[in-house]
Write a protein that binds this ligand. Structure first.
Ligand code: GUN
Ligand code: FE
Length: 421
């Protein structure tokens, strides 16, 4: 028989797979066999009933297939499109002032500590381990201005097996890419923005920043950059809006600015925990999606106090429901839509969906093995036999890392983590 994949089969899993596709927010694949090749890519997806034919075709032993349990399923790893690794040390505290004061009082003094590499190593190891444990297989990190500490974050993510975009850095690990990272317009001169745009363009790099998080910040940008049409125009005129750009927040963008996002292919990282915690605003995600602007979810640690993407899912639904309370005509986001935003939507927002985001043959196997009935877990399955649609919804509303029993990145199990020689 002729195999489409040159690499051999390393693992085969049988059970339920729940994922988003480009045309269906949540697709449920029951009793499937999924084969992962030795390069960590999904080699085939077939019917569980065809295990004998598939094992012959692909050359694996039927007895070596990993069978999922009754309340288990695989879902794609979640994508945190915006998280400050450097702020993890004070996550869950210090949310008692608005953004610009908060930055001066808490953020900048802490970020100065990253000139100390041992301080950096400690925090960065914790944040990578914790987010992996919570099911974040891809993270788009802000580090600090310190090159050595940023390089270290890239190394730690790679060693612990997390896919990451890291700013500021230029480094080359298989799982890690650099991202050009102006903090936000108020902390940059036009000259600096211009240089960063040039670097990104010349090297085809990702770009991340913040935009229109608070009204006060929007006014400040208007003052600092009086000759530009809008906050978005400040980035756009310095070539910082591309299809590899992700901008955090965007709570107060105008229709004209969203149009510019659409035209350039730039995306928005929706950070609902942070938006509420710092009283910044409520992003109208429906409006962004109606503009056909790419959007993923972000934890925005430590403006957001939770490093869990399941929290970002919940807060996205909460914010959408708060908007519905204010306007009963509002088209509330559904659980299915938000599930897609947390997985495939995030990969699209980071322009990584050629290789990640869902279970398509040829993509990397970035996956969470979920058990909604995990021993000691937070959920009671009262209505057994509800099926994976209900159980994935249950995970999103009430589950936590105890329900995420295994995490895979590029086919390799990274949770539970086993030190490799
Ligand atoms: N805007 C500029 N810097 C930051 C930051 O560190 N966190 C948040 N939430 N917004 C910002
Ligand atoms: Fe942020």
């Amino acid at each position: 028989s002729s195999n489409e994949s040159a690499a051999g089969i390393a693992h085969v899993y049988r059970g339920t797979f729940v994922h988003a596709t480009y045309h269906t927010a949540v697709e449920i694949l029951e009793d499937r066999l999924l084969g992962v090749d030795t390069e960590g890519k999904i080699a085939f997806i077939g019917s569980g009933k065809e295990v004998d034919r598939l094992s012959q075709k692909w050359g694996f032993e039927a007895f070596a297939v990993t069978q999922l349990g009754q309340h288990e399923f695989f879902m794609p790893g979640m994508v945190d499109t915006h998280i400050h690794a450097s702020q993890y040390s004070y996550a869950g505290t210090a949310l008692d002032m608005p953004l610009l004061q908060w930055l001066n009082m808490y953020t900048f003094p802490v970020e100065a500590c990253y000139k100390d590499l041992e301080f950096a190593r400690n925090v960065y190891t914790h944040v990578v381990k914790r987010t992996l444990r919570n099911g974040t297989t891809t993270a788009c990190y802000f580090a600090t201005i310190h090159t050595d500490a940023s390089l270290l974050l890239g190394q730690i993510a790679n060693d612990l097996g997390q896919r990451a975009l890291v700013g500021k850095v230029i480094n080359s690990y298989p799982l890690v890419r650099p991202v050009v990272t102006p903090r936000f317009a108020p902390s940059c001169s036009a000259t600096l923005l211009g240089h960063l745009g040039e670097i990104a363009q010349n090297n085809d790099l990702h770009i991340q920043s913040h935009i229109s998080e608070t009204k006060e910040e929007v006014s400040l940008v208007k003052e600092l950059f009086p000759d530009y049409d809008s906050y978005t125009d400040v980035y756009h005129r310095h070539n910082l809006l591309t299809d590899k750009t992700v901008m955090a927040h965007g709570c107060h963008l105008t229709d004209g600015e969203l149009k510019l996002f659409r035209e350039t292919g730039a995306s928005i990282a929706h950070c609902p925990n942070s938006n509420i915690s710092l009283c910044s605003g409520m992003l109208d995600v429906r409006r962004v999606l109606n503009h056909k602007v790419k959007l993923g979810l972000g934890t925005d640690v430590a403006g957001g106090y939770s490093p869990s993407m399941l929290d970002a899912v919940r807060r996205t639904l909460d914010t959408s429901k708060a908007l519905t309370i204010q306007d009963t005509q509002y088209h509330t986001l559904t659980f299915e839509e938000v599930f897609r935003l947390a997985t495939l939507g995030g990969s699209q927002a980071l322009s990584l969906d050629e290789n990640t985001g869902n279970f398509e043959v040829g993509k990397d196997f970035d996956a969470l093995r979920v058990n909604t009935d995990a021993a000691g877990g937070p959920i009671d399955l009262i209505n057994h036999g509800e099926g994976p649609k209900v159980e994935s919804n249950l995970l999103a509303s009430s589950g936590d890392d105890r329900n995420i029993v295994e995490v895979y990145v590029a086919g390799k199990r990274v949770v539970p983590f086993v030190e490799r020689p």
